[in-house]
Write a protein that binds this ligand. Structure first.
Ligand SMILES: O=C(O)CCC(=O)C(=O)O
Ligand SMILES: [Fe+2]
Length: 382
């Protein structure tokens, strides 16, 4: 049994020992590559996606569906009026059930913090590749190449930081040398606290939107045990229509809160079509992850999304993956089970789910539906 305290070590171990996919190509580090390719017209074959995966909608291909994606204004939460809150709760219910994605505005995150943190993170990504590599620990910390399958290499670099009880953010970042490192560490920690605050507010609203106790979810999030903050940097790509920033995936955690710069690229799949999410100044993009889909017995949807590229400007996103305490049991409440909504998922903990999900992901299977559903028992032995 894993105790809460050893979770961070465990999660890192789990990632580090997950079987590496076979690489049939020599994948280069994007940190080197994007500099070397600055004025090039083509990219190495290893970054060319197979036909079926190439993005059919460009990064700025906004359609009328784009503007249907719900935008929830949290401003009126501060009035304390029940009607104002109920309106927000209704909007969130619609967004989580129909879209699995929404944007929030007037969320209270200090805008100066976002701006400065972006600048600091971009300083990090502009370090020489060898310096960034020092902050790479298994699959945590800096990653200059992303590949889950041999033919899928992604045009991004990232920095993933875990904020657990034995937080290792400082340990990872202090392996590298750069001028603003200490300020970066302080800003990251502040950002994580702010994200947790917003995350708790959203989880309360989500519980209310399902007619559950306000604290139904949040009581399992009080310890900041398992969340991950990841910075994604997508350099301009000479062939954006043939490559991908991030392959189509669902998030495995409970809830994701994403902050992006003004360059679009995030797309979500709705009714078999890809829809570009419009970057709104000062907004945060929120999405339901797999765990919340299972926990709500499928009432909330965890929706596939991807990041596409452009050839002109670097795109940057900061992503907070919010997960419950490692040993919290996620069991769909009886209120969400009825004739029209038969029980779909069995109870599970993040400690159980995360390592298994990593393994499945390496096998090319992703998602809570592949192994936490009651009707997929046969998969559970693996
Ligand atoms: O950068 C983005 O817009 C998408 C990021 C994302 O989906 C992820 O990191 O899981
Ligand atoms: Fe994602």
């Amino acid at each position: 049994m894993i105790d809460e305290k050893s979770w961070t070590k465990y999660i890192m171990g789990a990632i580090a020992v997950a079987p590496e996919p076979k690489r049939t190509v020599n994948v280069e580090n994007i940190g080197n590559l994007s500099v070397a390719l600055k004025d090039a017209l083509t990219i190495p074959d290893s970054y060319l996606q197979p036909e079926g995966l190439r993005p059919d909608v460009p990064y700025d291909g906004f359609s009328k569906e784009t503007d249907l994606l719900p935008v929830v204004d949290l401003q009126s939460l501060s009035t304390g009026k029940a009607d104002d809150r109920q309106q927000i709760v209704n909007n969130i219910a619609y967004a989580c059930k129909e879209w699995g994605f929404f944007q929030i505005i007037n969320h209270g995150l200090p805008l100066g913090l976002i701006q400065r943190l972006r600048e600091l993170a971009i300083c990090f990504f502009h370090l020489p590749a060898a310096e960034k590599e020092k902050a790479s620990v298994g699959q945590v910390g800096y990653q200059g190449r992303h590949t889950y399958m041999p033919e899928r290499v992604h045009w991004l670099e990232s920095l993933a930081l875990i904020s657990g009880p034995d937080t290792n953010i400082e340990d990872i970042l202090r392996r590298t040398c750069f001028d603003c490192r200490e300020e970066f560490i302080t800003a990251v920690n502040r950002y994580i606290s702010e994200m947790q605050k917003i995350g708790l507010v959203l989880l309360e609203l989500m519980a209310e939107s399902l007619d559950l106790e306000k604290s139904f979810f949040t009581q399992h999030f009080e310890k900041k045990s398992t969340s991950v903050t990841r910075f994604n940097y997508y350099p301009p790509c000479p062939q954006p229509s043939k490559a991908l920033g991030l392959f189509p995936h669902v998030d495995t955690n409970c809830m994701t809160i994403l902050n992006q710069n003004e360059i679009g690229g995030l797309q979500i799949r709705k009714d078999a079509r890809w829809i570009s999410v419009r970057p709104l100044e000062d907004a945060l993009v929120v999405n339901v992850g797999d765990c919340l889909q299972a926990w709500t017995n499928g009432h909330f949807k965890s929706v596939e999304h991807r990041a596409v590229l452009n050839s002109v400007k670097a795109r940057f996103s900061m992503v907070f993956f919010y997960s419950p305490n490692a040993l919290a049991v996620m069991a769909p409440p009886t209120k969400l089970v009825d004739e029209n909504h038969p029980l779909l998922y069995r109870p599970f903990t993040w400690a159980e789910y995360f390592p298994r999900m990593q393994k499945k992901r390496m096998e090319g299977k992703v998602g809570v539906d592949t192994f936490m559903r009651l009707d997929h028992q046969e998969d559970e032995a693996t």
